[in-house]
Design a protein around this ligand. Structure first.
Ligand code: DLZ
Length: 162
């Protein structure tokens, strides 16, 4: 089994986030996990030069609501990229599959509809320990990685459009 810290990245390879505006939408379900993802994302954006006032963080009840929450941020705020954070843990029924499929397809559609980066930061794990490992535990913090991905995608867009 991999024991690598998934959030290890080359700091120097991350462009400056100064001047970029970010939305973050966070599911309240499994908040012990998603709160840690959100904290990681915010800390990483700030570390790379984003301004506090250029980060809009909003909560939705569960992961199924992430798609619409992200669309609201795209429609009703001036953010350039949206980071989507949730945690779905496998249970005894197929609920897990339906939520994961819905959110994955929803986020894919938003990327195309708005021509903006919507970053997939949804943990889909078999159990809580796997989620904790990826929310500031031994495998890093998926929120950090989502933040770096958002910065890199906006930098790419800026490079190609300016
Ligand atoms: C109902 C539900 C279940 C069973 N499990 C999770 C989960 O593991 N992670 C999560 O973010 N949300 C879960 N939800 C709530 C749904 O995402 C959604 O909020 C409700 O079905 C209402 O639309």
């Amino acid at each position: 089994m991999a024991t690598k810290n998934l959030s290890e990245y080359d700091l120097a390879s991350v462009p400056s986030a100064s001047g970029m505006k970010f939305g973050i939408v966070v599911a309240e379900w499994n908040y012990e996990i998603t709160g840690a993802l959100a904290q990681g994302a915010v800390d990483t954006l700030l570390k790379h030069g984003a301004k506090d006032e250029n980060i809009v963080l909003k909560h939705v009840p569960g992961s199924f609501e992430l798609t619409l929450g992200a669309q609201y941020l795209a429609e009703f705020t001036k953010v350039d990229a949206i980071i989507i954070l949730g945690c779905v843990i496998q249970g005894e029924t197929r609920h897990f599959d339906f939520i994961c499929e819905g959110v994955t397809q929803g986020i894919t559609n938003l990327n195309i509809k708005y021509n903006k980066p919507f970053i997939f930061g949804l943990l889909t794990t078999d159990n809580q320990q796997q989620a904790l490992d990826r929310a500031g535990g031994k495998l890093g913090n998926k929120g950090d990685e989502a933040a770096v991905t958002a910065i890199k995608m906006l930098a790419l867009k800026n490079e190609l459009t300016t």
